[in-house]
Ligand binder design. Sequence first.
Ligand code: 3HC
Length: 301
Amino acid sequence: GITRNFSNSTSLNAIKTVTVVGGGLMGSGIAQVAAQAGQNVTIIDLKPESLEKAEKSIQNNLNRVARKAYKDDPAKIEAFVKEASDRIKVSTKIEDGVNVDLIVEAIVERLDVKQELFNKLDQLCPEHTILASNTSSISINEIGAGIKRKDRFGGLHFFNPVPVMRLLEVIKGDHISEETYQTMMAWGKSVGKTCITCKDTPGFVVNRLLGPYSAEALRMYERGDASSRDIDTAMKLGAGYPMGPLELADFTGLDNKKSILAVMLEKTSNPVFRQVTIINKLVSEGKYGRKSGEGIYKYNN
Ligand code: 3HC
């Protein structure tokens, strides 16, 4: 075949080293799928305890994946888990993660914090490094407003749980080059995802559509139109969703739901994204859903 060489740039399909900034649920999942695909991964997080937690959860989830793939073969399971985890390094210092082909940011959903990080990465990274954000609701163009490499920047939006959900939304900012876009698409495929492309519009595809659906489900519950269990059963059996909308809201976190709705309302002025009283109430009581032990439902964590 023809080998394409791009001077000063990462050639198509050539992402071999990845840094994930942010060791939370999404960051750990992204690191895991990249390591599973044979890439060398560095996870950066300011908090050592987050990195410890990330390593543990990746170990658990690698085991789940391996047990599924190699049911009756403990040696293969062990080898798979070891090989993938050996490809993951962690550090609290951003400098340890800058010398790579691709950086995916999965930190807190705050524009100012993300801008500061990207401005810093833009300064520290070699020329060929592609920068991407896993933001779910902030504008890609705004996040990258202060960087120089606007042609090597875009959105890579994953879904929870990252090792299981098959979709990756590839978001085109206004200045992304065709080459960067193609490299992102190829990378998504290399980590096992089906990629779709979306412009830099609020919520991209999935959250733009899930937001109103989920908000209305919570309003139905609030109004007492049906019980929580019945709302969930209805959408599972009547629409074929793997989880009902209330289970899903607990799963993704009511705190996240609240902030996504606020951003979407501000960006679109569409009243389908207006605040939901029950979400505000539960969040103010520290009931964020599955991760805090209680949301719409109670959990034994
Ligand atoms: N890592 C690896 N494997 C996992 C996993 C993880 N974190 N979580 C689940 N699995 C595997 C299980 O091992 C299991 O494998 P098996 O089929 O061999 O038994 C399989 O996935 C199914 O899991 P479970 O049996 O535990 O439970 P379910 O059948 O209920 O599936 C689910 C769980 C995959 C989460 C499914 O309920 C689902 O798809 N739910 C919808 C999730 C969703 O909509 N996510 C998108 C949210 S929006 C978002 O993320 C956007 C962001 O911006 C907020």
